[in-house]
Design a protein around this ligand. Structure first.
Ligand code: NAD
Length: 381
């Protein structure tokens, strides 16, 4: 009996140890709809927590907890880096998106989100779609990233691609002393929603491209645009994209592509892309630095979509979003310069920048506490 009690106490201690860096973690259990979810709020220094809801058939509750804790912490830095009035949060629903979804499940989830009374705003992520959140929206206002027909900003790939373009300009400015895009060549991995728009923009600016995609149709489409603009578009295999003689590599497909092998193949001067978690492991940033390859931290480069989602709070406005996205240019340039001055990696410089923003806001939040509160209590829609 005593042993069992000690075990329970130890288990509780373990859980609190795991969530020690988080403000709040909420377990949601609704047997009627089969909803099993965890909402994690990491830090609300900058404002209410913001982060998507992922649905995945986690093997255990522990796996789901680990994922939601890691992702919500990441959101704190993403929001700080983009200078948003939001903190970091994330939710995970334990289940198979192909089998376990129902409108009732997402309405139940919406009720849990609503019970947090504006401390957590969420929307789509891996495994969830806008249709799912149209259901959740029936129960709560605290949903972002919704379709234009429901008053949202719609497709986030437009500001995300625009942000990549600003990041490329900042990189050219830092490395070559000018921000013109046309004088360099680029290697683009993935011509999907983001990569294709970036490729089109670069061709229009007068650049030549190396491209790769597993979808042959998009390769043909970009080649045709290249031909019309009198530019060279060279299609290569998925394996060859790392070793092409381009100035900048633009990963816009999947994460983990910079690994022990590919890092050795790279010929480029910089990596600037939208793909999340590009480095397969943390130590690779040092290898890149030793090779003299400038790395633009992915969450700084791909912030455009998040900027749009956060901006919905003021009512959707595409022009305002694109204007805000422009800040990526200055933000990235600042990170490059600080990394150079302090002889640290760009990943460390980006982290320092986020921490500084949060420190400043901590002070300001206290000062403006009363002025700020009503704004967050009044959700416009
Ligand atoms: P997408 O699915 O529209 O495009 C991905 C493209 O990569 C597709 O054309 C696909 O065929 C291609 N691809 C897949 N595997 C490949 C491989 N092995 N080699 C070459 N090409 C391959 O996705 P997207 O919306 O364009 O996003 C691209 C990346 O940017 C993703 O990593 C995404 O997480 C990230 N991102 C996107 C947004 C956004 O607003 N869409 C925001 C932030 C981050």
């Amino acid at each position: 009996m005593m042993e069992q009690l000690e075990k329970v106490v130890q288990e509780q201690e373990d859980i609190f140890h795991k969530i020690q860096h988080h403000e709040q973690v909420m377990f949601c259990n609704d047997p009627e709809t089969g909803l099993r979810a965890i909402i994690a709020i990491h830090d609300t220094t900058l404002g209410p927590a913001l982060g998507g809801t992922r649905m995945y058939p986690y093997e255990s509750v522990d796996d789901a907890l680990e994922d939601v804790l890691r992702l919500s912490e990441g959101m704190t830095y993403k929001c700080a880096a983009a200078d948003l009035d939001f903190g970091g949060g994330k939710a995970v629903i334990i289940g198979d998106p192909a089998k376990d979804k129902s409108p009732a499940l997402f309405r139940a989830f919406g009720q849990y989100v609503d019970s947090l009374n504006g401390r957590f705003f969420t929307g789509t992520d891996m495994g969830t779609t806008m249709d799912d959140f149209v259901e959740a929206l029936k129960e709560t206002d605290y949903i972002n990233g919704i379709p234009e027909s429901y008053g949202g900003g719609g497709d986030t790939s437009i500001p995300t691609a625009q942000g990549v373009v600003y990041a490329l300009e900042a990189t050219n400015q830092f490395l070559f002393g000018h921000k013109e895009l046309g004088s360099n060549t680029y290697a683009i991995q993935g011509l999907g929603k983001v990569g294709f728009k970036v490729a089109e923009h670069l061709l229009q600016a007068g650049a030549d491209l190396f491209v790769t995609d597993i979808n042959e149709a998009v390769i043909q489409k970009i080649k045709q645009i290249g031909a019309e603009l009198n530019r060279t578009v060279t299609a290569v295999t998925s394996a060859d994209i790392y070793s092409v003689p381009a100035h900048i590599f633009i990963p816009c497909a999947m994460g983990g592509i910079i690994n022990e092998q590919t890092v050795q193949e790279l010929q480029v001067k910089a990596i600037v892309g939208s793909a999340n978690n590009q480095l397969a492991s943390e130590n690779l940033i040092h290898v890149l630095q030793q090779k003299g390859i400038l790395y633009a931290p992915d969450y700084i480069v791909n912030a455009g979509g998040l900027i749009q989602v956060a901006d919905e709070l003021y009512g959707a406005n595409k022009e305002r979003v694109l204007l805000k996205t422009k800040a990526i240019y200055h933000s990235l340039l600042e990170i490059y310069e600080e990394a150079e001055q302090l002889n640290i990696t760009t990943v460390d410089a980006a982290y320092r920048k986020c921490k500084k923003t949060m420190e400043k806001q901590k002070h300001r939040n206290n000062f403006y506490a009363y002025a700020r509160r009503p704004k967050w209590n009044f959700h416009v829609r």
